[in-house]
Design a protein around this ligand. Structure first.
Ligand code: FEO
Ligand code: CA
Ligand code: CA
Ligand code: CA
Length: 671
């Protein structure tokens, strides 16, 4: 994907042309001006840490309604040892390449479960691409499905609730008649109000009840759990920054109530049965109404606000115009906690986890039963964070964890070149941070507080996941072509490439297997890209086939067998000769660093949200932005998409969709 070089403007406001391709490169715009170096606990026996970690607890009710039924599900014996000296992933490898449809390993089937525009709420109108409306979209499945979480009902692996993030919209692909414009920026900025309002409703999240029968998954119509969450859903702010002066607006003088969430990328599932959904590029929804950048609070610049590339929401809703309501932007960029079983419950923005461009929330129950969440801030030269809860999880009465995420410590990572690392606490008691008025202000400005502490500027930290058995933590660093620019000339051991087009994966190990510890060690798991090209410098295991290597790791998940799955964002025909997809990546023994391609996307799409049912017999994946152009010089449109996946019908645009992958004849995935 093409990144157009920056032209420096006043302050830190930077201008790019709008790439024809996605917001992905927008995630790439650095706003970090700092000179930092660029550089089986005693858990109730009936709950294994791995099941806790992966949210495999059976829940029959939500936190808000008094969640009570807890049982372990899917506790089959581990059949695949991740420490074995042979591949733990067993499936016939997919041939890498790019074409108009998806491909899964032989012996598996991949069926579309739900598509953009499909009915979520009872009474939703049928998908009608020629006549998009905000009201219809508010009841239908949103655009650009990203994070997926499966919550079993009564412990079942064939009946559950699926939660889905809808990150952003590709309006140029969604709506007819916009294709005469030249750039994506022009398309978006020129959208008429009805389409802007329809697109707003395509953001947020969906909750659907799903069931498997006769081997096939389908959405349960008229479910009591069905829910659409949008940028207009009433939400609560909680934790240290709730009610802060910087959170107060004309519409909400309390600073405790906010409407909606935006750009929800990846997320997490908590052991107490809630969905964590993470606001990432929230700056793209805020503009300055023509006001000079210099007149906008400088604290917003650190988050890339205002931007000339904003969705034009501010034209029609003044709260998204920072010249009218500067504090509204402080109310976005958080991790949102949602009870998936209670459609009337209010989502809660947990400010203790900090404000930045959250990719995901990779949680683990620490050996002392405190809950630890690893988080990436996805922008070039931003940081890796973790949150450590103050209190242990109450495993006996899960509803007692409903406010667990309101109290704890946020840390930011420093990676030393010798393979050691420190977690630096973002707390007001640190004298270097006493220029902040209080803890709330530190959390609202987590980036600039981290600058002061000397955190390590990374190559776009995306998803992070933990193997709760080995306590290894996997950090996806997707790419950063700009390390040699913008004053960050120096590479370092944790970000070793000056033009990192392909990304890398770091493995962290907390000291003493204690995720609350302030020190850790780390090593490079793999430098991505084509191992056959010496100038790429990729470091996959030599046993990796020509299909098994990948670039641009984005989402990841550790399955119940401890195996690491990687979903990518950024592979194209031109760049790597392959589409994005899902790879298994060995982490142990002599096969460590060996990749294996399991599923690949149709052209233009990235893969998001891999998640598994507790019995590991189904993998759900989210195919995001199919039909974008594989060539960044060409803008794909409604009339001329790169593919019409998955419907392949004239006049029907490509549709981001969730796909259910199962094994023909039954069985566990990849075994
Ligand atoms: Fe929304 Fe960092 O991917
Ligand atoms: Ca994307
Ligand atoms: Ca992502
Ligand atoms: Ca990405």
């Amino acid at each position: 994907m093409m990144t157009i070089p920056f032209k420096h403007k006043s302050q830190q406001q930077r201008q790019t042309d709008f790439p024809s391709s996605p917001l992905d490169d927008e995630e790439d715009i650095p706003s970090n001006p700092s000179h930092n170096s660029t550089l089986n606990a005693v858990i109730e026996q009936r709950l294994s840490r791995r099941d806790m970690m992966q949210g495999l607890i059976a829940v029959t009710g939500g936190v808000a309604t008094g969640l009570s039924a807890v049982s372990v599900t899917g506790c089959d014996q581990v059949q695949v040892s991740p420490s074995a000296d042979f591949p733990s992933f067993r499936f016939p490898e997919v041939v890498a390449g790019v074409d108009e449809t998806h491909h899964v390993a032989d012996g598996y089937r991949a069926d579309v479960l739900i598509r953009w525009g499909d009915r979520v709420l009872e009474g939703a109108p049928p998908f009608d691409p020629e006549n998009p409306t905000a009201d219809g979209q508010a009841q239908q499945f949103g655009y650009n499905n990203d994070f997926l979480g499966y919550f079993p009902i009564d412990g079942r692996s064939d009946h559950g609730v699926l939660v889905v993030n809808h990150e952003y919209t590709n309006d140029e692909l969604m709506y007819p008649g916009l294709g005469s414009r030249k750039t994506r920026k022009q398309v978006i900025r020129g959208l008429p109000e009805p389409l802007v309002r329809a697109s707003m409703q395509a953001h947020g999240g969906s909750v659907v009840e799903i069931k498997r029968s006769g081997g096939l998954w389908s959405v349960v119509e008229g479910s009591r759990f069905a829910r659409r969450i949008t940028p207009e859903t009433e939400m609560r702010l909680s934790g240290p920054a709730a009610g802060h002066e910087l959170m107060q607006t004309n519409a909400d003088p309390t600073g405790r109530n906010v409407l909606g969430m935006v750009n929800n990328c990846a997320g997490g599932v908590t052991p107490w049965g809630t969905w964590l959904t993470c606001e990432e590029n929230f700056n793209f929804y805020f503009e300055s109404g023509g006001k000079n950048v210099a007149d906008v609070p400088t604290t917003l610049h650190r988050y890339g606000i205002p931007t000339s590339k904003a969705y034009p929401w501010g034209k029609f809703e003044t709260r998204f115009d920072v010249s009218h309501e500067p504090n509204e932007a402080h109310r976005f960029g958080w991790v949102v906690e949602i009870d998936p079983f209670e459609p009337s419950s209010k989502p809660v923005k947990r400010t203790a986890l900090g404000r930045f461009k959250h990719e995901g929330a990779g949680g683990v129950v620490n050996r002392d039963n405190r809950y630890v969440i690893y988080q990436g801030d996805d922008e070039r030269f931003e940081y890796v964070y973790k949150f450590v809860s103050r209190d242990p999880i109450d495993l006996k009465d899960l509803k007692n964890n409903r406010d667990l995420l309101d109290h704890g410590t946020l840390y930011v990572a420093r990676f030393n070149d010798d393979g050691s690392g420190q977690w630096l606490a973002l707390v007001r008691s640190d004298p270097r941070l006493n220029h902040f008025q209080d803890q709330g202000e530190i959390l609202i400005n987590a980036r600039s507080a981290s600058d002061v502490l000397g955190a390590t500027k990374m190559d776009r930290p995306e998803d992070i996941d933990v193997n709760p058995e080995t306590n290894r933590v996997y950090v996806m660093l997707t790419k950063n072509k700009e390390r040699s620019k913008h004053g960050d000339k120096i590479t370092n051991a944790s970000n070793p490439r000056s033009k990192n087009a392909f990304g890398h994966i770091i493995e962290m190990t907390p000291d003493d297997d204690n995720h609350a510890a302030e020190t850790f060690s780390w090593e490079m798991l793999v430098r991505c890209g084509d191992p056959e090209k010496p100038d790429v410098g990729a470091t996959f295991n030599p046993l990796t086939s020509k299909h098994g290597w990948f670039a641009n790791p984005d989402n990841c998940v550790v399955d119940k067998f401890g195996r690491l799955w990687i979903a990518t964002d950024g592979n194209t025909k031109r760049k790597t000769g392959r589409s994005d997809g899902l790879w298994g990546l060995e982490t142990e023994g002599s096969v460590r660093g060996m990749g294996r391609l399991f599923f690949r996307c149709p052209v233009g799409a990235e893969l998001c949200g891999p998640c598994f049912t507790p019995d590991l017999e189904t993998a759900f994946v989210a195919v995001q932005h199919p039909g974008e152009s594989d060539d960044p010089r060409v803008l794909a449109t409604f009339e001329a998409p790169a593919t019409r996946w998955p419907d392949f019908a004239d006049g029907v645009p490509p549709r981001p969709s969730v796909v259910a992958i199962t094994r023909k004849g039954g069985g566990k995935i990849g075994t």
